[in-house]
Design a protein around this ligand. Structure first.
Ligand code: NAP
Length: 259
């Protein structure tokens, strides 16, 4: 199939059987759910997180003993660290077919109270981190003339969220980055897409006051927050040959919020 590596396809072995995937910020939350679903569908998975211990524990949880899961500490804001994680995937499994740029943080406050440090920290992790991940993965995938890169944006980058000028800017930036990279890498057989989750139940949103969380849920047509695995489903789709003619696309996973 053009633009994809015909290693497994849709079959008994899973949608991404035999491929190698790297997920950043996969020690917990959405990244961990993505790593788990890709593994369940047959991928070799490299679990990375800024906290190497958390990544190692998550890899163990995914069944590291089968030899199909590996972990390495990776700070997505650090160029050498990102390059080393990609090199680890290639050394360990011989390829990099799927790259998921998922790591994220929030430092919410209104403009009047937000420090430059809070702005820079969020832009660094999301925007610089995704750019470093796309660039490092693209070097390997261009050579192979095949691959799928998936960047985790947010509906906050579509609508702008009160108290999130830093986060909304970074998440909107990821959309522009995704489309520009899709144009550059499309001719090389590499697809680049983004996913915009809405309100998802993870440690990141657990910090919200319960009344604010409930009010946000009430605003969603499906009347509930999403689960990390529901975001992972969209990522698996984009990683697989089912999405073989999709690049530069942004999939919203928000229960109908912000249509
Ligand atoms: P989470 O549970 O906090 O997981 C994010 C992971 O990324 C954490 O393990 C975090 O480590 C790690 N991380 C932070 N800085 C990093 C760095 N510099 N390098 C590598 N890893 C780093 O958050 P989540 O809710 O699963 O979010 C995952 C992604 O989905 C993020 O990009 C987020 O913006 C996006 N998203 C989430 C929601 C939602 O409602 N939850 C909605 C839309 C989009 P620490 O815990 O040590 O910081």
């Amino acid at each position: 199939m053009p633009g994809s590596r015909a290693k497994g396809g849709v079959g008994v072995d899973g949608l991404v059987a035999g491929r190698t995937a790297l997920v950043t910020g996969a020690g917990q939350g959405i990244g961990l759910a993505i790593a788990r679903l890709l593994r369940e569908h047959g991928a070799n998975v490299v679990v990375t997180d800024v906290d190497a211990g958390l990544a190692e524990a998550a890899a163990g949880d995914l069944g590291g003993e089968e030899g199909r899961v590996s972990s390495i500490g990776c700070d997505v804001t650090d160029e050498d660290s990102v390059e080393a994680a990609v090199a680890h995937a290639v050394e360990r499994f011989g390829a990099l077919d799927v790259m998921v740029n998922n790591a994220g943080i929030t430092r919410d406050s209104t403009l009047g109270k937000m420090s430059l440090g809070d702005f820079e920290a969020v832009v660094d992790v999301h925007l610089k981190g995704t750019w470093l991940g796309v660039r490092a993965a693209a070097r390997v995938m261009r050579e192979a003339r095949s691959g799928s890169i998936i960047n985790i944006s947010s509906l906050s980058g579509k609508s702008g969220n009160f108290g999130q000028t830093n986060y909304s800017a970074a998440k909107a930036g990821i959309v522009g980055l995704t489309k520009a990279a899709a144009k550059e890498l499309g001719p090389r057989g590499v697809r680049v897409n983004a996913v915009q989750p809405g309100l998802i139940r993870t440690a990141m949103t657990a910090a919200m006051p319960s009344d604010v969380f409930a009010a946000r849920e009430a605003d969603i047509p499906m009347r509930r927050a999403g689960e990390p695995r529901e975001v992972a489903g969209a990522v698996l789709f984009l990683a697989s040959d089912l999405a073989s003619y999709m690049t530069g696309a942004v999939l919203e996973v928000g229960g109908g919020r912000l249509m």
